[in-house]
Write a protein that binds this ligand. Structure first.
Ligand code: AMP
Length: 702
């Protein structure tokens, strides 16, 4: 019999005996009070009498995430190691902080926040650019046992106001401006003030990090606005600090908002104990980062879950160095920036989304920067792995980078596609670089990971029992497409509820399969080796879009579009995009009596709709295009928009298969609408489509 690979052994150990497995791994973090149990299973009963399985990781335990990320390393004599490198090509600034320095920053800021009224259990909202102060804020809030809600610094005031109302933060921590790539700094003052104006709940304080690039002026004291640097300076002069406050294992560490199927975002809650144990495990097991000397560069944003887990918490938990980057893959100043970062900071592990690599490929198709500028002089030899997540990685991009890594990076360097979500908190699947760490966490080995299969996102991670099922919840055969689901309990990093909305947790994730499975919202398959190939945004998930690795609700975008006075109806679907994977694409019906015949809307209307989307959601949700027509949006008899039909039509068009059959469910109300839509798509693509809309991946023409 062929002996099992360590990753397979570890997975079965975690599945057959989760108590032992996670109980052992829980010993690798510091507990102010040790847990009484590893896991407690229970039932939750909702207001309407429905009851469902619930679970709690490490009940009875008390923990401080900040203590584990900062104080612990200082206490263990590792205070002189570098915790953070900050590199900001958009401002030209660079800074670095040792763990000793990080502790001083964080305990002082925590003292400030306490003085400003923040207590254990309060929510503090963070709306910040990628600067060290943002990390200090997250860690200082957690230090007080308060809960942070980081909102991506590119969201428009309306989206921010929604998140203020949903999380009811005591305070907002922000900066005077953000800088998006090579664009001029964008002032946050107007954004925040408008958001607070729009929200029903009013935070008491707004603490502002002043940046010289564009100041927040004036700071309105009477409105609760405070100058962050001044508060810290005064605290320093007075020796004001706050110690780490441990919280219960099941208490919230943070809330992260993610798009749901309705206009309102869902507040995913991360619990303190499970998060610390699960992330501390994943950073070593999956990412192969063993601690001091290892340098992780996660090119994401702290507003996303990847940023929370792998810019901030995981590298700091293990005592490694994290690289905080305020720039873009291209344009700051060019497509060589990532590779410069690897050389300059001797990055061992990089993590980004495939969309970033596509942007680089577009500017530097021959990989001159990677090979000629940095690779050939040995500048990239430190790199052991390039992790990709956030959306599907097409095999061509994985293969291209695999070749580049083999030639120019550390021996055995791998490209690792890993699949996960805001809900899971850490990868659900991937290829573990240090699989034996699952059996012996002290090991320094990183030998022989499983082979990489381009197009597959690896195998399930410990604690995530991934299954592919049909619409009735029955497992399908290997190699068949289906709904990707997970059984309860989920791994320790994953959510167990939504902030203040138990009912929605049940409705969004459990109801579909009667509480038997947690629905991931993704469709995909597992092949015969048990490799999962999650494919995002397939049939059922048409209520969600994935733009440059960020999730958006089609419903929310439709809502914004129909707020335009000339638009009666809208259906938004994802159109394949070479750079961003998908872009939102709108089908609209005008409210005018005499509907124009042309499929391409007037330029003015298109610009107005674009502006609405940018203003209400944010520039990253900008439309890829818009088609107008009457009787074009197919519906089911119960009145649900059949976005799937429109998506298939538009996808076929980008593959130049305009006449290809599309799947139409028997519940369709008006079959004719499909043909109207097809004709409109043809007309639109005839006029606009050529070269404008291209998929990232070719597909077989059958
Ligand atoms: P978010 O919660 O915003 O991080 O979005 C999570 C979603 O992104 C998942 O449910 C998938 O649809 C998609 N996703 C993330 N990573 C991958 C991946 N490696 N392959 C395919 N889709 C992915």
């Amino acid at each position: 019999m062929v002996s099992k690979h360590a990753q397979d052994r570890v997975y079965s150990q975690a599945n057959t005996n989760p108590d032992d497995f996670w109980g052992t791994h829980a010993k690798n973090v510091h507990w102010h009070k040790k847990p009484e149990k590893t896991i407690q299973k229970s039932k939750k009963t909702l207001k309407d009498g429905v009851s469902h399985d619930h679970w709690t990781w490490f009940p009875g335990g008390e923990i401080s995430t900040t203590f584990n990320c900062v104080d612990r390393h200082v206490r263990d004599g590792k205070g002189n190691n570098t915790a953070i490198y900050w590199d900001s090509p958009v401002t030209g600034a660079k800074e670095q902080f040792t763990y000793n320095q990080l502790l001083v920053e964080v305990e002082t800021l925590a003292g400030v926040l306490r003085e400003e009224g923040v207590k254990q259990g309060d929510v503090v909202l963070i709306y910040m650019p990628m600067i060290p102060a943002a990390l200090f804020a997250m860690l200082a809030i957690a230090r007080l046992g308060a809960i942070h809600a980081v909102v991506f610094g590119g969201f428009a005031p309306a989206a921010l106001a929604q998140r203020i109302d949903a999380s009811r933060p005591k305070a907002i921590m922000t900066a005077s401006c953000g800088i998006d790539g090579s664009k001029a700094p964008s002032g946050y003052k107007k954004m925040i003030e408008e958001a607070v104006d729009r929200s029903t709940f009013k935070p008491y304080k707004t603490i502002i990090w002043q940046r010289d690039d564009l100041r927040w002026d004036p700071v309105l004291k009477e409105s609760g606005q405070r100058n962050w640097q001044r508060l810290v300076k005064s605290a320093r002069n007075r020796g004001l600090k706050a110690d780490a406050v441990p919280v219960k294992s099941e208490d919230g560490l943070y809330i992260i908002y993610t798009s749901g199927t309705t206009g309102l975002p869902k507040g995913v809650v991360r619990t303190a104990g499970g998060h610390a144990v699960g992330l501390n495990f994943s950073i070593k097991y999956l990412f192969g980062i063993h601690g001091p000397g290892d340098v992780m560069f996660t090119a994401s944003d702290i507003g996303w879950v990847v940023g929370h887990s792998y810019i901030v918490y995981a590298p700091l938990l293990i005592g490694a160095t994290t690289v905080l980057f305020e720039g873009k893959p291209v344009g700051t100043p060019d497509a060589s920036t990532f590779w410069r970062m690897i050389e300059e900071y001797k990055v061992t592990t990089m993590f980004t989304a495939p969309t970033a690599l596509r942007a680089i490929r577009r500017e530097d198709g021959e990989n001159e920067f990677f090979e000629k500028t940095y690779g050939e002089r040995g500048g990239l030899r430190s790199l052991r792995a390039l992790f990709l997540a956030g959306e599907r990685s097409e095999p061509s991009i994985v293969e291209m980078y695999q070749k580049l890594l083999k030639k120019h990076c550390a021996e055995g360097a791998l490209v690792v596609d890993n699949w996960w979500s805001s809900e899971s908190g850490s990868p659900i699947s991937g290829v573990a670089l240090s699989a034996t760490a699952g059996e012996d966490f002290a090991t320094q080995q990183r030998e022989g990971p499983l082979p990489i299969k381009p197009g597959s996102a690896g195998k399930p991670m410990p604690g995530f029992d991934v299954q592919v099922v049909d619409d009735e919840g029955h497992p399908v055969e290997r190699g068949q497409m289906g709904n990707v689901v997970m059984s309860i309990p989920l791994a320790p990093t994953a959510f167990t509820t939504l902030w203040g909305d138990e009912d929605r947790f049940y409705r969004s994730y459990l109801k579909r399969f009667d509480g038997r499975w947690v629905d991931t919202g993704d469709a995909g398959m597992m092949d015969n080796d048990g490799y999962t190939c999650p494919v995002s945004i397939m049939s059922r998930s048409d209520d969600l879009l994935n733009v440059a690795a960020h999730r958006f609700s089609t419903g929310a975008i439709e809502q914004v579009i129909t707020s335009h006075p000339s638009i009666a109806e809208a259906a938004v679907v994802g159109i394949p995009d070479q750079l961003k994977g998908q872009l939102p694409f709108a089908f609209i019906t005008l409210s005018t009596h005499e509907h124009p015949d042309a499929a391409v809307p007037e330029d003015r209307l298109y610009q107005e709709v674009q502006k609405l989307v940018r203003d209400e959601i944010g520039a990253i949700a900008s439309l890829g295009g818009m088609i107008q027509g009457r009787g074009m949006i197919p519906k089911t008899r119960s009145g649900k928009t059949l976005r799937r039909v429109l998506r298939e039509l538009i996808e076929n068009a980008t593959h130049e298969q305009l006449d290809k059959e599309v799947g139409v469910p028997s519940t369709i109300e008006d079959q004719e609408a499909v043909e109207v839509a097809r004709a409109k798509v043809k007309e639109y693509f005839g006029l606009k489509g050529k070269g404008l809309h291209m998929p990232a991946e070719a597909r077989a023409k059958l």
